[in-house]
Write a protein of this length. Structure first.
Length: 413
């Protein structure tokens, strides 16, 4: 490894961190977490860089990265250079958005997240909804029958904390069988209201997370494991803990101390968090755990678990319906009410949940692609490297490698 390359990358990495923090002065949502040098924050607050200054410094950093000869460097160092360049390119796109440049949904997704999302026709979702209709009993629309079916699987609010903590404990124990976590890793759970999301992990550094759950709307039994794995183990909490302990503390890569939300890193973060659900509790393991532990705690009939997940697995195939609603809404071809109606019809959301989802579009825009497309890309990448469902140990190994590296979306293709 060239000493000159290392010095240059370290210097550009410091510039990158300060530019992310500087952009956070203009965009409250941009910096998702930061646990790097306090002096960086102090410097950024003192300088108050303009958006034009941020753009110019970012362009210079990218040009310098492009001029580096990386041919003789190891893969991890090449990945680091690509990571910095891709993250900085995304940062410039966010600057453009804040200064008034208009992007289509697909243009924004590519500029911010390093991918072009797939597009699905209405007929794609109509076929899945029709199949759902054959599985659901009762009268009314498919949406009405689906939401009626789910009513008996709502976790009572007075049982929510116990159900969620039981799911967290199981996911944590299973994750620790395969991934060595820092001894001091921990988290706190909070329940709150009036947020555009259902759950959120605020990583605070030093292997500590604040996990928040939004209780505005009913929380169904499947969300317990989903949130426990996605926000906790082996999802966001583990991902951030490994980046901090390996890339930042072990390698000394300061760029790992900041997380820019609207950036390619989010597709990896959300994709691995979603895929991690199946890694930690695959198929039958999940159903058996929920039948034995979660359903009884929630006061539900365990005999109905298989039926619930039969319906749920088909429902998951409608995941991209949310992307199409966001695409139409953000491109101006759907009004808010039309986007909500689409979500009711093809994502089978209740009207209240559909309206909440349009609020998510307002705040996070094309970010929605990171969940489903991210999961699909991560799954394909890990399985191509031998991490197939029939080889769980290899699956865990490839998963761990991915969440402790600077690999980004274009590197999954």
């Amino acid at each position: 490894m060239s000493q000159d390359i290392t010095i240059t990358l370290n210097r550009i990495a410091e510039t990158y961190v300060k530019l992310v923090l500087s952009l956070g002065q203009h965009d409250d949502s941009y910096v998702d977490s930061f646990y790097g040098p306090v002096k960086f924050l102090q410097e950024v607050k003192k300088e108050q860089k303009s958006l034009s200054d941020i753009r110019l410094m970012g362009q210079r950093a990218i040009a310098e990265l492009n001029d580096l000869n990386m041919s003789s460097e190891t893969e991890i160092i090449q990945l680091r250079q690509q990571y910095l360049k891709t993250q900085l390119t995304s940062l410039l796109a966010r600057v453009d958005m804040l200064t008034g440049k208009k992007f289509s949904f697909d243009e924004e997704a590519k500029a911010l997240y390093d991918v072009i999302p797939p597009s699905f026709t209405e007929s794609h979702f109509q076929k899945i909804v029709a199949e759902m209709d054959t599985l659901l009993s009762g009268k009314g629309s498919v949406n009405e029958k689906y939401n009626q079916f789910k009513k008996e699987f709502i976790i009572p609010k007075d049982k929510l904390d116990q159900v969620f903590k039981s799911a967290i404990t199981e996911c944590r124990n299973r994750t620790k069988e395969h991934i060595d976590l820092p001894d001091n890793e921990n988290f706190t759970i909070e329940y709150l209201n009036d947020k555009p999301w259902s759950g959120y992990n605020w990583y605070k550094g030093d292997s500590f997370s604040l996990i928040q759950m939004n209780t505005d709307l009913p929380i169904y039994i499947d969300r317990a494991v989903d949130l426990a794995a996605h926000e906790g183990y082996p999802g966001h909490h583990v991902y951030n803990s490994l980046l901090e302990s390996i890339l930042y503390k072990k390698y000394g890569w300061v760029e790992a101390s900041v997380y820019a939300l609207f950036s390619p890193q989010s597709l990896i973060a959300e994709g691995t968090a979603n895929f991690g659900i199946d890694v930690v509790l695959p198929g039958k393991d999940r159903i058996e755990f929920e039948k034995k532990i979660l359903f009884p705690i929630a006061g539900m009939d365990s005999n109905k678990a298989e039926r619930y997940y039969q319906i749920h697995e088909l429902f998951l195939k409608l995941g991209y319906a949310g992307n199409e609603a966001a695409r139409g809404y953000l491109n101006g071809t759907m009004t808010r009410d039309e986007a909500a109606a689409w979500l009711v019809k093809y994502a089978l959301m209740s009207p209240d949940r559909a309206q909440q989802r349009t609020r998510f579009f307002d705040t996070y825009r094309s970010y929605v692609i990171n969940y489903n497309l991210g999961q699909d890309l991560v799954k394909q990448y890990i399985e191509k490297r031998g991490g197939t469902p029939d080889k769980p140990q290899q699956r865990w190994e490839e998963f761990k490698k991915l969440i402790s590296s600077p690999r980004l979306p274009s590197g999954l293709m």
